[in-house]
Design a binder for this molecule. Structure first.
Ligand code: HEM
Length: 383
């Protein structure tokens, strides 16, 4: 049997693996990798909502030898925190989101396309998916051009901070870039009008000093950039592929419905992890304190008990929004609507401004990642 932990780049159709597991072993102990893998919708929801299952620690005892600044960012990220730390960092990340200003997505995407279009051909992943979400985020907070350039160029090295295991090279790049990232964000934030009141409000709310809140705010903004780069790029890439395949681009509403159905049918994020902090049962399986758990969101999204004709792409299915791609419960993604809106705007811009858009390759390769299924390149011809 294929391992429950595999690189998406090594597997052509992960959904056939998920289907087999859903049918045979919806709660499965993977002895090789020493991890539970959960495949059904019902049990994935149960674990995501279970407070005896927490986010596993990345880099315990600094085994990855991260420098002080990288450690500071990592230890403050809401995405990776539990308990009171999570409450504080999530509130600050939410406050940041509340202060996001709307920007003209069309203007940004049009210049990205103009920069890289050669003889009407462009790699949608490299030129748009990987750049647009981070740029929109940065411009929504008013970052200057040269800061946008630095962050967009170096963000790829920063996203490795989330990996449970890092190579020496990844750690070195992270350590080399984190300080400059941190200082750019810290400096820019201190010039923003809402920042002081955000600091005061959260410092009063959690009885922490302003000096304690600042690193949480700066780190979590860097966290938002990181998540925009990988998950944000995936929604743009996967949605375009499905929309082209199913020709569901007649109007803006059809595109938005297609983005939502893509999130169910072919999501960028396939799984997330937990660790049991106490014993508990899932169905008849006893999960022991300390056990690791892989929650296979992409399999839950194709559970026929939840979605009728789950293997079919159908933008009109009544409950498509109930996909688990953004998680559920206390750690649910903060950027669900931001991401859906951005992908809809970007793809609608493409279909409004070009008469014909066609794929130039049939076989899409994926990044060598375990948790995310992200196309490496999508070459398209636009006319
Ligand atoms: C399609 C795009 C995206 C997907 C599929 C996605 C998916 C997820 C998932 C599955 C989680 C929950 C993880 C868990 O419970 O273990 C999560 C959390 C989070 N996401 Fe996203 N995400 C996306 C885009 C973004 C973007 C663009 C941002 C930032 C701008 C973002 C910010 C966050 C944050 C801050 C959390 C942590 C929330 C918390 O700690 O409670 N996400 N996301």
């Amino acid at each position: 049997m294929t391992s429950n932990l595999f690189f998406q780049s090594d597997v052509q159709n992960p959904y056939s693996i998920y289907k087999a597991m859903l049918d045979e072993n919806p709660v499965y102990w993977d002895e090789t990798n020493k991890i539970w893998a959960i495949y059904s919708y019902e049990y994935c929801v149960e674990i995501l909502k279970n407070n005896k299952a927490e986010i596993p620690l990345v880099n315990p005892n600094n085994e990855q030898e991260l420098n002080e600044c990288t450690l500071e960012i990592l230890s403050n990220l809401t995405r990776l925190s539990n308990g009171i730390k999570h409450e504080v960092s999530k509130e600050i990340a939410m406050q940041l989101f509340l202060n996001i200003k709307s920007v003209d997505v069309g203007e940004i995407i049009s210049s990205l396309i103009k920069n890289d279009l050669i003889e009407n051909e462009i790699d949608w992943v490299k030129s748009v998916s990987k750049k647009l979400p981070v740029l929109v985020l940065l411009k929504s907070f008013g970052f200057k051009e040269d800061d946008c350039d630095f962050i967009s160029e170096k963000i790829e090295s920063l996203i490795k901070i989330m990996l449970p295991q890092k190579t020496e090279e990844q750690t070195e790049l992270l350590n080399n870039n984190s300080e400059k990232f941190y200082s750019i964000v810290e400096k820019h934030f201190s010039s923003l009008s809402f920042y002081d009141s955000l600091l005061i409000k959260t410092s009063n709310q959690f009885n922490l000093s302003i000096e304690e809140i600042i690193p949480i705010a700066v780190s979590n903004f860097i966290g938002l950039c990181i998540q925009s780069y990988d998950a944000g790029s995936g929604i743009l890439s996967n949605s375009l592929l499905q929309i082209l395949k199913h020709k569901t681009f007649s109007n803006r509403i059809a595109i938005e419905k297609s983005v939502i159905e893509t999130l169910r049918f072919d999501p960028p994020i396939h799984n997330t992890r937990r660790i049991a902090i106490e014993d508990f049962y899932i169905g008849e399986s006893q999960i022991k304190k300390g056990d690791l758990i892989l929650i296979v969101l992409a399999s839950a999204n194709r559970d026929p008990q939840k979605f009728e004709n789950a293997m079919n792409f159908n933008i009109e299915r009544i409950n498509n929004t109930e996909n688990l791609t953004f998680g559920i419960g206390g750690h649910m993604c903060l950027a669900k609507y931001f991401s859906i809106h951005l992908a809809t705007e970007a793809i609608w811009y493409l279909f409004q401004n070009y008469k014909s858009i066609s794929l130039l390759e049939n076989q899409i390769q994926h990044e060598p990642l375990i948790n995310a299924r992200l196309p490496k390149n999508i070459w398209i011809l636009i006319q």
